[in-house]
Design a binder for this molecule. Structure first.
Ligand SMILES: [Zn+2]
Length: 466
């Protein structure tokens, strides 16, 4: 079977980067992500520079535009990679925005360099329609094609099917799951399993968990916010600029649309603030990518609703405006929902809200996404409900605000969804490599996968990095 090298994302949830080795001179790279949280705590410089040989790379395939899947792209280009960069059409629209932001944060603030880099990216970018084969290698007697399919994780997200025929006629199908979404995700159709493969590289973020409250999550979200309305406080939602923010807006529009009576009036008066110029730009692009929304969202559009731009939605742009908003909400008893990055409370504007409001019991922190080990988000989630504290910028802050975690909003498949991804293939893979999960998650998923194969009397080799 074809060899796969992992340059990140094998033993942690961030830094995804996998190399499919076709032969000595030909390889494909799937994702080139940045390490974050605990995964980044080691020698960070070594993790940033791309240390592997880029000369055999014939193409880079991007599964989706989250920073832990594309953040090392500037370093890859700096290391001399000049081949095609393949991704879905919506990803190609979103990618320049994410990259511009990533460059400003970690690489350079030099406008000319950023422009040059974006121009180079533009030249190498090859947007692919979903479901169509595209030949990436046709040389030395071998043919290798790739196809993208919807992964339901964020808009534009894909899993990758690779069809390879070697020089001696040997054939192999490899599937890279990227990050798989959960069914019932707002805006996104659920992922459909591929027909089959020989080798599967499978994410395992929630390999040890099931999302229990997926169907009830809208009610839970509503209840959490109504509690804040009652307290006269702010609901702080740390969210990734891309994906989660738009899904939340979509859900909030639903609740506002359905709310009736006195509670309905309060909902319609509630200010919903997106404090992130980047998230606002993504929301704009999300609106332009309507054709890629799921059937339910399409129905709402036809019904004259605007799921991502409603009346009481405000965007905070400048830094001055941001500071004013923090101060205003911390002092004032006016209920509001604030959505700000970063999703794991590891920097970004959410930090100023947390510093100003965590120690005030009127407010609430609402987690809707995965909190990586070693991030302040994980600490708030773990110690907040026990009346603990968290350290932010060297300052110890007691957590008096309410802390709520809504697991049903995870953009990731849970254990059952991951097993279903395999189960629903007509031809099951005989080798599965588990990536993109913390150790316990991978161990639990490996156990379940082996049990699944055993029940069907089939053989499988599960490779689990240690
Ligand atoms: Zn992701």
């Amino acid at each position: 079977m074809l060899d796969i090298l992992h340059h990140g994302g094998a033993s942690g949830v961030t830094g995804s980067c996998h190399q499919l080795v076709l032969d000595r001179e030909h390889s494909l790279l799937i994702d080139c992500g940045l390490f974050q949280g605990e995964d980044a705590a080691r020698d960070s410089f070594e993790q940033l520079t791309v240390e592997f040989d880029v000369s055999p790379l014939k193409a880079l395939i991007i599964t989706h535009v989250h920073i832990d899947h594309i953040g090392r792209l500037p370093y890859l280009l700096a290391a001399g990679f000049s081949g095609p960069i393949l991704c879905s059409i919506p990803s190609a629209r979103l990618l320049p925005l994410v990259i511009e932001d990533a460059l400003k944060i970690g690489f350079t603030r030099n406008a000319r360099l950023i422009e040059q880099f974006q121009a180079q990216l533009e030249r190498q970018l090859v947007p692919l329609p979903y479901g169509q084969w595209h030949t990436v290698v046709d040389a030395s007697g071998m043919t290798t094609r790739v196809k993208l399919k919807r992964a339901g994780h964020i808009l534009g997200s894909s899993y990758v099917e690779v069809s390879h025929q070697g020089a001696r006629g040997e054939k192999e199908r490899v599937v890279f799951s990227g990050d798989l979404g959960a069914p019932y995700a707002p805006l996104l159709p659920a992922p459909q399993s591929p027909y089959g493969c020989d080798q599967l590289v499978l994410e395992s973020t929630y390999g040890d968990r099931r999302h229990p409250d997926r169907r009830a999550r809208r009610a839970t979200l509503k209840a959490a916010i109504e509690q804040a309305l009652e307290n006269g406080g702010t609901v702080m939602v740390p969210a990734f600029s891309i994906g989660r923010t738009q899904e939340l807006l979509y859900e909030l529009e639903t609740i506002i649309h359905q709310a009736r009576g006195p509670q309905g009036r309060r909902w319609r008066a509630l200010e919903i603030i997106v404090d992130s110029p980047l998230a606002a730009r993504f929301t704009q692009v999300y609106r332009e990518l309507k054709p890629y929304w799921d059937a339910e969202a399409q129905r709402r559009l036809r019904g004259g609703r605007h799921p991502l731009s409603f009346d009481n939605l405000y965007t905070v742009e400048s830094h001055a405006e941001h500071e004013q908003t923090v101060e205003y909400l911390a002092r004032n008893g006016r209920p509001a929902v604030v959505i700000a990055a970063s999703g794991m409370c590891a920097g970004g504007r959410i930090m100023n809200y947390l510093k100003a409001m965590l120690s005030d019991a009127r407010h609430q922190v609402l987690f809707v996404g995965y909190q990586g080990a070693g991030t302040p988000g994980r600490d708030i989630q773990a110690y907040g409900p026990r009346g603990g504290w968290v350290e932010i910028d060297g300052e110890r802050i007691d957590i008096k605000a309410g802390v709520i975690t809504l697991s049903g909003y995870s953009a990731h498949a849970d254990q059952e969804d991951l097993l279903n991804f395999v189960k629903r293939m007509r031809r099951w893979p005989c080798r599965i490599r588990l990536v993109h999960g913390e150790r316990e998650a991978r161990v639990a998923l490996a156990r379940e996968l082996k049990a699944l194969y055993r029940r069907k009397g089939r053989e499988v080799e599960v490779i689990n990095a240690t």
